[in-house]
Design a protein around this ligand. Structure first.
Ligand SMILES: [Zn+2]
Length: 347
């Protein structure tokens, strides 16, 4: 498979203060990975700045203009204690938003099969009118809207496996049946949204599926949910393009979470998504980097996902068996899913 990695060292220019977890060191760690384990087998792609027109596919012009005014500041502006704009934030957020657009164009023109946007700042918490939770522009939502409005792609599946619920992405597509948003996340946790009962509204009812999970879930739990719930629902939806919010804060030693995924576990669930893209979307898939704050784990997890994207490490996945404990926990969630998607496993 021809896999593109969208990357730019300039992603390290955005800073939110010295001890912030969402730090430029994440980009330095990824750059090291690109020079070593990911040195061959991938096409390195340069991002471009998303235009204001593209960013306002999702965000309100007033908010974009307001953030633009922080350009070149000689101090920092805190939107909340976690989300702080500095002199480079606006430009680098535009570059992160543009990464998905470059990848989308190269996939549509068949120069690439799939891609991983190795970007920061992350995006899935950003809402139309405000930044939130380390995020300024909602990178994945902007790409989804670009594909729909400017490239006539009809049906888009977004799978979000960051530790946290992607409130911004959910809001952006809450009433449309053309984007199916599925989030698997630790709950209760920031940002407090993502209950199973939040299932979409109006025409979009049933096209927003949340799988909130208690802490301590392992590779086996996640793989089961991806194979037995996400894959059959995706098969019924038949997406034309698959977008993924990948958060490596689900990994075992992450400082923000209590999930216990290994790098292999991140790879296995990504392989399920690659298979969904192959079955329904002519392989068209873009992964967006969201969280992940243990730098070693981030490197290991990203490398494993990359090898599943280009197919060099794809392996036969085990028969899905529901791990003890999980089936009881997800019963009420599945009850809601079954109103709309009868093919999700019964646990
Ligand atoms: Zn996260």
């Amino acid at each position: 498979m021809k896999t593109g990695l969208v990357f730019d060292k300039r992603f390290a220019l955005h800073q939110m203060g010295e001890d912030h977890l969402e730090s430029p060191l994440r980009i330095i760690a990824l750059n090291e990975l690109l020079q070593t384990r990911l040195k061959s087998g991938f096409t390195i792609i340069e991002p471009r700045l998303a235009t204001k027109e593209e960013i306002t596919l999702i965000h309100l012009p007033d908010y974009v203009d307001f953030l633009e005014q922080t350009k070149g500041l000689d101090s920092y502006l805190s939107f909340d204690p976690d989300t702080i704009a500095g002199p480079h934030t606006y430009e680098i957020a535009c570059l992160a938003a543009g990464a998905g657009l470059v990848a989308a164009d190269l996939i549509l023109s068949k120069e690439l099969d799939n891609a991983f946007a190795l970007i920061r700042p992350p995006g899935h918490h950003a809402e139309s009118h405000r930044p939130m939770g380390f995020c300024f522009f909602n990178n994945i939502a902007i790409t989804a809207e670009y594909l729909r409005r400017q490239k006539s792609v009809k049906k888009i599946l977004i799978v979000d496996w960051d530790l946290h619920h992607g409130n911004g992405t959910q809001k952006a597509f809450y009433s449309t049946p053309e984007v199916l948003y599925i989030s698997v996340h630790q709950s209760p946790l920031f940002p407090g949204t993502g209950l199973a009962s939040e299932a979409g509204e109006k025409e979009g009812a049933g096209f927003n599926l949340n799988l909130p999970l208690s802490p301590g879930k392992t590779d086996k739990d996640y793989l089961y949910l991806f194979q037995r719930i996400i894959e059959p629902v995706a098969g019924s939806f038949q997406p034309d393009f698959v977008l993924v919010s990948a958060g490596f804060d689900v990994m075992k030693y992450d400082p923000l979470g209590k999930m216990e995924l290994s790098a292999k576990g991140c790879g296995d669930i990504s392989q399920v998504l690659v298979e969904i893209a192959r079955s329904w979307a002519s392989n068209r898939l873009i992964v967006f980097l969201e969280g992940g704050y243990n730098l070693k784990e981030l490197q290991n997890g990203v490398a494993e996902v990359c090898f599943r994207l280009n197919g060099t490490k794809c392996q036969e996945l085990p028969e899905p068996l529901c791990p003890p404990g999980l089936s009881e926990e997800i019963k009420p969630v599945l009850k809601i899913f079954h109103r709309y998607w009868s093919e999700a496993a019964l646990g």
